[in-house]
Design a protein around this ligand. Structure first.
Ligand SMILES: Cc1ncc(COP(=O)(O)O)c(C=O)c1O
Length: 468
């Protein structure tokens, strides 16, 4: 099975080691028995899983047939399944993991915080570790006079930003500024507001009746996207609350990349029209693109910045909407008065997540993680260029830092090349997951030289096997 790890670089699990067989034949027999036992073990967990768990973006009637992995533990950048098979986590557990799994310092920060308090509400009260985190983040985010509204998911960080932008103009006495401009191919999450500024895709058209209308201009796939967006901002500025953008990379669209200057131009157009700029850095934040935030490469100082995914290094659910002091100040007024932002989530500012996020931020600097991103992304670019990009079945390789999309070019629809190529990589012990026919490669930021080679070998090997 695609997810069984049999015969790949993974060690067998406890209790599956062959017992010193006397002959080569006996050795092969013992190995086959161990593999069969491991398969059974995995299948048992998959059955239990399918019986009670509902997986996101997954057709549950086909879940078990698609040979899912059931992970039990991890070491470094490898995930280990219930039968002991190892998989290099080359998608950073859906783009959240930064430093690898079970980082001793992050583990220790979590344990230390458990000894203090796991969670206390942020509604009307504070928590010391959350204050420390906000102070540390304030020193590095590209936002003027930043204030942090914490939540748990990236979509909620976006949802909060939309509501803040909307109320900002109400509080300022300009309620007619109520529309949002968003880009084609955008993805901002799955809550209804985030879905609305997102541009569909992922079979979400069933929810179209729930979406509120937005002003849509083309995404990064159109070379003229920036000029078109800037023109729309100038033409509709007086009715726009904000422009929402994923700076540099539209990740879920298949790693569509923009030139920093084009994104900068959009930022300037917003300033000239007095429209708020919301930068959604849920995917690009915390070093993925080579700088701590992609906005930095574009020279942007957004009014609202959305953070999530990597904020805790991939340990715990945390997100944040960061508002500039100009935005924040518009909400100041009398106690319980109408200028108040009446919004907040039970687990916003979770203390365990904050403690890990604080230590994570320190480690990014202390371990010079961005230097590793520069070195390893250059190596990855070289290897992909040599082993993958020139193939006739590959349409494009797009990369910013350690965010990579390899777009396959199947000869017709319905061939599921993306899924089949990733399954082939999994059989080789490297966990990849596609976006349609785009194979995403997004390893942890501490990935090593040897591991980068392992990822490209698995991808190239799988491509050769699946598409010839
Ligand atoms: C740019 C962007 N915004 C928002 C989200 C939603 O984040 P979450 O899945 O944590 O809700 C994602 C998720 O991939 C994303 O890529």
């Amino acid at each position: 099975m695609a997810g069984d790890g049999g015969g790949r670089g993974g060690a067998a699990g406890p209790g599956t080691e062959p017992q010193a067989p006397a002959t080569a034949e006996a050795e092969a027999e013992a190995a086959a028995e161990a593999a069969a036992a491991a398969d059974l073990q995995v299948a048992g967990w998959v059955d239990r899983d399918a019986a009670v768990v509902w997986h996101g973006f997954t057709q549950m009637a086909a879940y078990a047939d698609n040979q899912p992995l059931v992970i039990e533990r991890a070491e470094g950048r490898e995930l280990i399944d219930v039968a002991g098979h190892r998989y290099l986590d080359a998608i950073s557990s859906l783009w959240v993991n930064t430093l690898g799994h079970r980082v001793p310092e992050l583990d220790a920060a979590l344990v230390a915080q458990v000894g203090r308090v796991a969670h206390s509400t942020m509604l009307g009260n504070g928590n010391s570790v959350v204050v420390e985190l906000a102070e540390a983040l304030a020193a590095v985010v590209p936002v003027d006079g930043p204030h942090f509204l914490f939540a748990a998911d990236g979509a909620v960080a976006v949802e909060q930003a939309l509501k803040i932008a909307f109320q900002f103009w109400v509080n300022r006495g300009e309620p007619q500024r109520a529309r949002f401009l968003a880009l084609g191919d955008a993805y901002h999450g799955d809550t209804v507001g985030a879905l609305s500024v997102g541009d569909g895709g992922f079979s979400t058209s069933v929810f179209d009746p729930l979406r509120f209308p937005v002003l849509r201009t083309p995404g990064y796939a159109d070379p003229g996207w920036s000029a078109k967006a800037c023109a729309a901002v100038s033409a509709h500025g007086s009715e726009l609350a904000a422009v929402v953008v994923e700076p540099l990379v539209q990740g879920a669209a298949g790693m569509l990349c923009a030139a920093p200057g084009d994104v900068a131009a959009l930022g300037r157009a917003c300033q000239e029209a007095g429209v708020l700029l919301i930068c959604d850095e849920v995917a690009t934040g915390f070093g993925r693109t080579g700088t701590l935030f992609a906005s930095e490469q574009c020279g942007l100082r957004p009014d609202l910045l959305c953070l999530g995914k990597g904020i805790t290094g991939g340990y715990l659910a945390m997100s944040a909407t960061v508002a500039s002091d100009r935005v924040f100040d518009a909400f100041l007024g009398e106690d319980l008065g109408p200028r108040t932002f009446f919004h907040g989530h039970s687990y916003g500012g979770n203390a365990l997540a904050a403690a890990v996020a604080l230590e994570h931020l320190r480690l990014i600097g202390a371990h010079q993680v961005l230097d590793n991103v520069a070195d390893r992304s250059a190596q990855l670019a070289r290897l992909l260029d040599r082993e993958v990009a020139g193939r006739p079945d590959v349409a494009a390789v797009r990369q910013r830092g350690l965010m990579v999309g390899v777009e396959l070019a199947p000869p017709g629809p319905g061939l599921r090349w993306g899924r089949r190529v990733c399954a082939g990589a999994v059989r080789r012990g490297v966990l990849l997951r596609p976006l349609g026919d785009v194979v995403v490669v997004m390893p942890p930021l501490t990935i090593t030289e040897v591991e980068i080679t392992r990822i490209v070998d698995a991808l190239a090997g799988s491509l050769a096997e699946v598409v010839g």
